[in-house]
Design a protein around this ligand. Structure first.
Ligand SMILES: [Zn+2]
Length: 420
């Protein structure tokens, strides 16, 4: 092991004993020291590298030292400027920077992967500009929101590539991991949500699929799901189906004793249940039903809406709910409300089975078993005020966010070469 010795003496001038001032001084000194350590380390590495360098090119020509060229890189301990030696082949003319090669810095990259990892970690939860602000506040490192956005796009494409390879393994090589323990009851939930499109008026649909089973009781009325896996894409229905089925297979859905399929009632999602999860029990998502009832009845009939929701929650009786809609319909004269009730009736009618099934599986959508995953996955990052997206950027950031939500962030970056 080669050690690099930094000879500088570190001095902190303490003119005040107030802890806040001392803290600030030391923090600034640590940053400064970090940059010096980094510069010295880089110098040490180059010395070592050059003393062992074979001065011959791949073509067989001789490598000639043609001076030093400055370079600036940004790292998690700050920005550092240094000069490194350039070599040129006397025969083919190719230039080389042995230091860059041994440091693993690509020709144009002026930041370390470690910094990218930390920055993108912030950006998966908060807007790019805000991530830049947060980073600056905590570390003093200045980046622009645009720069972070570009990294997210690049890195997201790499994540997608690795996901694609994993999927191909499951499908092509039939390499299905054996699940450790047979799950009794598995929830599969599929949903779609729209985010604002920046490239044209309208919106882009994100399709989200979630799988989970076990729950641990955290407190009296709170549960935590331990094995949740989320998949989401902005791709079309067919690609979503194929990809989500691969996720389900990799997770071990098919080994479960019972599959409960939870949906909002949209027809493509219902169709998916029929064709892709033929043995599953279809459940209408309670939150969606409640929302539909509340919207249809409006402010004037809020009490009736609340009563209907409470009733269907305890009885799982879709026919009773249909009766309530019919009887309100004949009593009112407001054509707008009538129209909304008609729609609600159609919605409940087409999801009758999904409501009645709540009783059958003794698991209401309202019992807390069903997570508001779409909200967590999409809305909290992509649907904030003023946000709009173009498809490739959205798709990239979404795959980064999924890494984090699925607890695979560290594993991914470790494979990329970032020690975590
Ligand atoms: Zn050469």
């Amino acid at each position: 092991m080669k050690e690099i010795l930094v000879k500088d003496k570190v001095e902190v001038n303490i003119n005040d004993f107030d802890i806040n001032l001392v803290e600030k001084k030391i923090f600034e000194t640590t940053r400064d020291l970090g940059e010096r350590l980094l510069r010295d380390s880089i110098r040490g590495i180059e010395e070592y590298e050059l003393s062992n360098l074979e001065r011959s090119c791949l073509c067989g020509g001789r490598l000639k030292n043609i001076g030093r060229v400055r370079r600036k890189i940004t790292t998690i301990v700050g920005e550092v400027q240094y000069a490194r030696t350039r070599f040129k082949c006397c025969t083919c003319g190719k230039e080389r920077y042995p230091l860059d090669e041994v440091l693993g810095l690509q020709e144009n990259g002026n930041v370390t992967l470690g910094l990218k990892e930390k920055t993108l970690y912030l950006a998966t939860d908060t807007a790019y500009d805000k991530a830049a602000d947060n980073l600056k506040k905590l570390t003093g490192i200045e980046l622009s929101g645009r720069q972070i956005q570009n990294w997210a796009k690049e890195e997201g494409e790499k994540v997608q590539e690795s996901v694609r390879r994993k999927r191909e393994q499951i499908f092509d090589d039939n390499c299905i991991p054996e699940s450790e323990e047979k799950r009794k009851r598995v929830f599969v939930q599929v949903d779609g949500t729209f985010v604002k499109d920046r490239s044209k008026p309208g919106s882009v649909e994100c399709k989200v699929g979630v799988i989970y089973s076990e729950k641990a009781k955290v407190s009296k009325n709170r549960f935590r799901i331990l094995d949740k896996r989320t998949y989401a894409t902005v791709g079309n229905i067919d690609s979503f189906r194929e990809e989500f089925i691969a996720e389900c297979t990799g997770w071990g859905v098919w080994d479960a004793e019972e599959i409960l399929y939870v949906a909002d009632g949209a027809s493509w999602i219902k169709k998916m249940c029929k064709y892709d999860f033929p043995g599953a029990v279809y459940l209408l998502d309670f939150w969606h039903l409640a929302q539909n009832i509340t919207r249809a009845l409006g402010e004037d009939h809020k009490r009736a809406a609340d009563n209907w929701i409470a009733e269907v929650k305890t009885t799982s009786n879709a026919r009773l709910l249909l009766k309530r809609i019919r009887s309100l319909y004949v009593r009112i004269r407001d054509p707008d409300l009538q129209e909304r009730l008609k729609k609600l009736y159609g919605y409940v009618k087409s999801n009758e089975e999904g409501i009645e099934n709540w009783k059958k599986v003794k698991c209401l959508g309202a019992s807390g078993a069903i997570e508001k995953t779409v909200d967590i996955t999409i809305a909290r990052r992509f649907k904030k005020r003023g946000m709009s997206w173009i498809r490739p950027g959205l798709s990239s950031l979404l795959s980064l966010r999924l890494l984090k939500l699925n607890g695979e962030w560290d594993k991914y970056w470790a494979a990329r070469g970032v020690p975590v």
